[in-house]
Design a binder for this molecule. Structure first.
Ligand code: PHE
Length: 337
């Protein structure tokens, strides 16, 4: 073959290749021209028959032809693939959204609290929502005439069954089932006959804490643990305040306030102008409670606390109404996620 004949073959091949469009025909062209037994490899093999002085020019022309055919075939190949995809799907339709869920703010506060207290050596304990009156009241030094036992305050299911009004019965369960020292927190649901408004709900969550040891435990230990917790969960500027209070199962008792998130302590509607929001009840475990679980109050001492998960979530995320936490409005939850 002469160089002129080669040029004619080249033009013919390009015309032929440009005329095809389907993936199958493109493949046929590849086999015909550049495949193992194709025209171009055959020409390369036959180079030895070309007169010596023409060989370099001829070789160059064949290589250029081969490169040209390959590039046209590959661009044809990709556009025929696009055509094939377009036959199968309509790329102009909107895509399918994949919306992974977000963790509920209450779950997040519980998980984060468990992480913080675990750094202080606390493990997570659990107890049932339906309790007996001994665990919820009697062992917690709360006698039958105490107002919290009133049918207007507690959901009684039967004479010996109620929806726990606090997570404190898990203190009793923990002490009945273990030996000192114990160091647990217990997140869980609690129930009270309460009318629902912006800051109250008949069903809410608490995290109980209990530390009892055979070595002396003091109110100062309790204060430092709760102050540490406040700073870890709300940030290093979180203000904490302790007020004397009364609980039947702790002596002395305190109420723990965190500085109001809205006004930063200046006073506003959310904190009822006080600058503080009540978060937790706490105190040193009352000796009578130890007696109820068969522990000797002369040998052990400890503290307990219980705080509201909703209150912390509201402060942490700036939520003005507790009801938003239960409505499960996806727009609200996604904003916090
Ligand atoms: N159980 C108390 C409440 O619900 C809080 C509390 C827990 C107080 C532990 C003292 C010790 O109000």
């Amino acid at each position: 073959m002469t160089l002129e004949e080669l040029e004619i073959e080249r033009q013919k091949s390009l015309a032929e290749i440009n005329g095809v469009s389907s993936a199958e025909d493109v493949e046929k062209m590849r086999v015909k021209y550049t495949g193992r037994n194709g025209l171009i490899p055959a020409l390369i093999k036959a180079m030895k028959d070309v007169p010596k002085e023409e060989r370099p020019a001829f070789g160059k022309a064949v290589q250029a032809w081969k490169a040209e055919v390959e590039s046209v075939l590959s661009s044809k190949g990709s556009s025929s693939r696009v055509e094939k995809v377009n036959e199968l799907i309509d790329a102009t339709l909107p895509g399918q959204w994949n919306t992974p869920g977000v963790e509920h703010p209450l779950s997040r506060v519980i998980a984060e609290s468990a992480r913080i207290f675990s750094r202080l050596g606390f493990t997570v304990a659990d107890g049932p929502d339906i309790e007996n009156p001994f665990n919820n009241f009697t062992a917690l030094n709360t006698p039958p005439h105490h107002p919290s036992q009133d049918r207007r305050d507690t959901f009684w299911l039967a004479a010996d069954a109620l929806l726990r009004t606090q997570t404190s019965p898990v203190q009793i369960r923990t002490m009945l089932e273990n030996k000192p020292p114990v160091r647990v927190i217990c997140p869980g649901r609690t129930y009270r006959r309460d009318t629902t408004d912006a800051t109250h709900s008949a069903n809410f969550h608490q995290i109980e804490g209990l530390y009892v040891d055979v070595k002396p435990v003091s109110l100062a230990d309790l204060k430092s643990v709760l102050a540490y917790f406040a700073k870890e969960i709300l940030g290093s500027e979180a203000g904490v305040r302790f007020r004397p209070h009364f609980f039947p199962f702790t002596e002395p008792s305190v109420e723990v306030d965190f500085a109001c998130h809205v006004c930063k302590g200046k006073g506003c509607n959310v904190c009822k102008q006080s600058g503080w929001i009540e978060i937790a009840g706490a105190g040193m475990v009352d000796p009578r409670v130890f007696k109820h679980v068969g522990w000797n109050p002369d040998e052990v001492s400890g503290y307990a606390f219980g705080f509201g998960v909703e209150r912390i979530a509201m402060i942490k995320y700036g939520i003005p109404d507790i009801r938003w936490l239960y409505e499960n409005d996806i727009r609200f939850l996604n904003q916090l996620g």
